[in-house]
Design a protein around this ligand. Structure first.
Ligand code: MG
Length: 379
């Protein structure tokens, strides 16, 4: 059995999300955007797909020549060889590209064996609770422009069923951001609405100083928050050790620090986090994320998975020490997150009114593609 080709279909859709100058998404006027479906073809009648942002040029120059002809079930071998290739090509061959290839190979393996991916990984559950994960703060009236606006949106999220809630607060370029005081006001307003029992989390501006991060942590201790993630530059692990030593608030990380499983091993050993963090896009796929789940388990630590989507959801349903929540979002009062995108026939993370998300029972990753839409809107 062998991989014969990697093919791409680019298609247009109407997006209502725009990026600010720092790259964070916010609601905005409808405009045309593009999406990519990447398919790993094999000499069997089964293929594996990945849907999302992936560069065709990089895959064709740095991946395709190395994996065409290889056995598509040799996911570990392929992942290791791409990881080695990153050493001299990290500027183009990112962990997100590794993740796209790895996900398509897992999708293939599931379809080939007629099993959903989490069953292949060693399943522990079929559903888990989600937390509402907001977009970053903004200056849109009725959006996420004030602490009171977060509280109002939290009310809606309770109504929708979300048992837990995470704020992404204000960051540059928004006026007055970042601000420890304003972040804590928003966190207090959400605690007020959700009541004393609910799990609440904060993901603030990522470049606070040590003293600012400690002030935030002290405030969140009083509000009985469950965790805070990435309040400082993660390249300084020492800053996180310093923070963890001084606060009883659980610190969750690392998320964006490069270094896959090895950097997480270092953080655990150094005492730089209380909850481990990682997502398929941060570490290069399901293959390495499962290693981090096992690493965390070996140290008796929970791994809270970064981000949503099918790959993360399958991993969350195959962990020994379960991640407590699925991150659902990013949510905003102006955007209907439950609306199924036109290129799919079913949502990737359907959530019931109690806040439980169900993993797909379909073979592979379970993406139910609307092929007619994709073909009709081809670019
Ligand atoms: Mg984060």
């Amino acid at each position: 059995m062998q991989i014969t080709d990697i093919t791409f279909q680019h298609f247009a859709y109407t997006s209502n999300t725009v990026r600010d100058s720092e790259g964070h998404g916010h609601p905005g006027p409808p405009h045309e955007a593009r999406q990519t479906l990447m398919t790993i073809q094999t000499d069997t009648d089964v293929e594996g797909v990945y849907l999302g942002g992936v560069s065709q040029a990089v895959v064709e120059s740095h991946v395709k020549p190395h994996i065409v002809g290889q056995n598509p079930l040799y996911r570990e071998k392929i992942w290791q060889s791409l990881k080695e290739r990153q050493r001299l090509h990290l500027g183009v061959l990112s962990d997100r590209i590794l993740a796209a290839i790895d996900l398509a190979l897992w999708d293939f393996a599931g379809k080939y064996t007629n099993l959903p991916v989490h069953h292949l990984l060693g399943a522990t559950r079929e559903r888990l609770p989600a937390y509402a994960s907001t977009m970053c703060g903004d200056d849109l009236e009725g959006g996420l422009d004030t602490p009171a606006a977060y509280a109002k949106f939290a009310e809606w999220c309770i109504e929708r069923g979300y048992p837990a809630f995470k704020l992404h607060t204000w960051q540059p370029p928004y006026e007055g951001a970042p601000s420890v005081k304003r972040d804590l006001e928003a966190c207090a307003a959400v605690r007020e609405v959700y009541g004393p029992e609910a799990d609440l989390m904060l993901d603030p501006f990522h470049y606070y100083t040590r003293l600012e991060a400690l002030a935030l942590a002290r405030g969140l201790e009083e509000l009985d928050y469950y965790w805070m993630e990435e309040p400082m530059d993660e390249n300084s692990m020492s800053s996180y050790v310093w923070l963890c030593e001084q606060t009883s608030l659980p610190i969750c990380g690392p998320e964006t620090a490069e270094g896959k499983l090895q950097v997480r091993a270092e953080w655990i050993k150094a005492g730089a986090c209380d909850l481990v963090r990682g997502g398929i896009g941060d570490v290069g796929g399901i293959t390495p994320l499962m290693k981090i789940a096992h690493l965390s388990e070996a140290y008796g630590m929970r791994m809270e998975v970064h981000g949503g989507g099918v790959g993360n959801l399958h991993v969350l349903c195959a962990m020994g020490i379960p991640g407590q929540y699925y991150e659902r979002g990013l949510l905003h009062p102006f955007i209907d997150f439950d609306e199924v995108p036109p290129w799919l026939n079913a949502p990737v993370d359907p959530m019931d009114d109690k806040g439980f998300v169900e993993v797909s029972a379909q073979p592979g990753l379970g993406l139910e593609l609307n092929r007619a839409y994709i073909e009709k809107h081809a670019i």
